[in-house]
Design a protein around this ligand. Structure first.
Ligand code: NAD
Length: 478
């Protein structure tokens, strides 16, 4: 991979080598802040995918025999090298996908935690002894790696997703072919450099760059792919789910969301407001678990809207390297169009719009009130710095409205009433529920994931231990 101040030229990382696309084709990666060229990356084809899968399959034969100590040492070495390469990773998050430095540092720190938590998995690939009905039989289960894992990641949190999913797969003895977002290939290639420097054997981690829509099926439908872990939009996830069902390939799908936050009348707004702002506007709403619906009990509603309007005016939209900057550019022209169309549609149908103006490729933080069912923003994911605030007359109404969605990713409630808080935790249809905390929350070892249109399965060290291995029953007749 070429670096430096000139426009980067990025290659695939296959079998420990940096290789161009077999077709010789490349594609342009743009800095979303001003659409200036950031890199040219190898534009992979089915051929390149097959080479990467073959490399991962060949490497699996010996990698599955490695000891926990070896894998643990490699992963901890990856974390050490990541710390040395902090500036490269953070610069990449800023310039390749437009992360404000504050979000880039959050992602870097979280990524380190993901790697170190995965190192802890290596010694826990365990089965159990099982009582047998057959006299004189010693019966047990052993847990084995699956083989080659396809890791497909989105643009918005590329370091968190790469570190978590690649490290969890390797920790239990699998090998990986990684298809990063076409908008964030460089980040995964820096990670590949780190993996190589850590001494992880060739072919264990492979990265193919290119257009997911063109080569994704070559990867997910390949007969030598033993597990698919996908994070991205619901529509692509649905497509992958169908391919996996046909081939009986186990998978986890982490998809979109329309996450609700309920604020009851007894909530302390001094505590709620900064968390509410964080839960929508971190990385300008380009987060699957961003809260795009607020249900506020009527006694607090006017004050909540007033304070939220004040806070969003203070969110920094300056230099991405300024620690006070919060608002990021929207990633692509298509995404900018989507955000604009949701705001325009809401305005045209009678919503009150606070914010919503654009400065270059950045949309101001935007609050919508008087939102009705016929507005696109009401039910579909905007994936931008936009949220709707609705008044409610009771907790029960808030619960009903929060659950009235096809999605089910994250949810939150702010209240001092412990009965209502726990009732919500038990009855929210989301896969994750936070009491007096924001919908945006993730840790390496928790079961992270959603229900319904938000996905299938869970990520995290424990969940991936289950998902990325299989049990085998073994008996010994004594
Ligand atoms: P996307 O679906 O456009 O792309 C995600 C990945 O899928 C990319 O790597 C892309 O190249 C690849 N891809 C595209 N077509 C494919 C195909 N046919 N087969 C295989 N791979 C294919 O999503 P995005 O715009 O990068 O990310 C935004 C979406 O991701 C949002 O909907 C967001 O909610 C979701 N997301 C979910 C989580 C979660 O954990 N639930 C986390 C982050 C983002």
């Amino acid at each position: 991979m070429d670096g430096g101040t000139h426009i980067r030229s990025l290659k695939h990382f296959i079998a420990g080598k940096w290789v161009s696309a077999t077709s010789g084709a490349t594609f342009e990666v743009l800095n979303p802040l001003d659409d200036s060229p950031y890199a040219y990356a190898a534009k992979g084809s089915g051929n390149d995918v097959r080479q990467a899968v073959a490399a991962a399959k060949a490497a699996f034969t010996s990698f599955k025999e490695t000891t926990p100590t070896e894998r643990e040492r490699w992963l901890l070495r990856v974390a050490e090298i990541m710390e040395v390469r902090q500036k490269d990773l953070v610069d990449c998050l800023i310039d390749e996908i437009g992360s404000p430095v504050q979000k880039a540092m959050f992602e870097f720190t979280k990524g380190l935690t993901m790697i170190r938590a995965a190192a802890g998995m290596c010694r826990n690939v365990r089965g159990e002894t099982i009582p047998s009905d057959r006299p004189g039989t010693f019966s047990m289960s052993i847990r084995e790696p699956l083989g080659v894992v396809a890791v497909i990641t989105p643009f918005n949190v590329p370091l968190i997703k790469t570190t978590r999913l690649v490290a969890n797969a390797l920790a239990v003895g699998n090998t990986v072919v990684h298809l990063p977002s076409e908008m964030a290939p460089h980040l995964s290639l820096i990670f590949a450099e780190i993996v190589a420097e850590a001494g992880i054997p060739e072919g264990v981690y492979n990265v193919v760059t290119g257009m997911g829509a063109e080569i994704g099926d070559d990867l997910t439908s390949h007969k030598d792919i033993d597990f698919v872990t996908f994070t991205g939009s619901t529509v692509v996830g649905q497509h992958i789910n169908e391919i996996c069902a046909k081939n009986k390939t186990p998978n986890t799908l982490e998809l979109g969301g329309k996450s609700p936050t309920i604020v009851l009348a007894d909530a302390d707004l001094d505590k709620v407001m900064p968390l509410a702002a964080r839960s929508v506007f971190m990385f300008a709403g380009q987060a699957c678990i961003a809260s795009s619906r607020f249900y506020v009990e009527r006694p607090l509603y006017d004050e909540f809207v007033k304070q939220f309007s004040f806070i969003i005016g203070k969110l920094g939209m300056g230099d991405l390297r300024d620690p006070n900057t919060v608002i990021a550019p929207a990633i692509s022209p298509r995404q900018r169009e989507r955000i604009k169309s949701h705001i325009d549609d809401a305005r045209a149908k009678g919503a009150n719009v606070i914010g919503g103006e654009w400065e270059g490729n950045r949309c101001q933080p935007t609050l919508l009130t008087d939102v009705s069912e016929d507005m696109a923003v009401c039910r579909t994911e905007t994936f931008g710095p936009v949220t709707a605030i609705y008044p409610i007359d009771s907790y029960e109404e808030g619960l009903e409205k929060a659950n009235d969605t096809e999605y089910g990713l994250s949810s939150a409630i702010f209240t001092k009433d412990i009965d209502k808080a726990f009732h919500f935790a038990r009855n929210s249809n989301a896969g994750m529920c936070h009491i007096n905390g924001p919908t945006i929350h993730d840790e390496a070892h928790v079961p992270f994931g959603g229900n319904g249109e938000s996905g299938v399965g869970r990520e995290g060290t424990d969940a991936d231990m289950e998902a990325m291995t299989e049990l085998k029953w073994v008996t010994v007749q004594l």
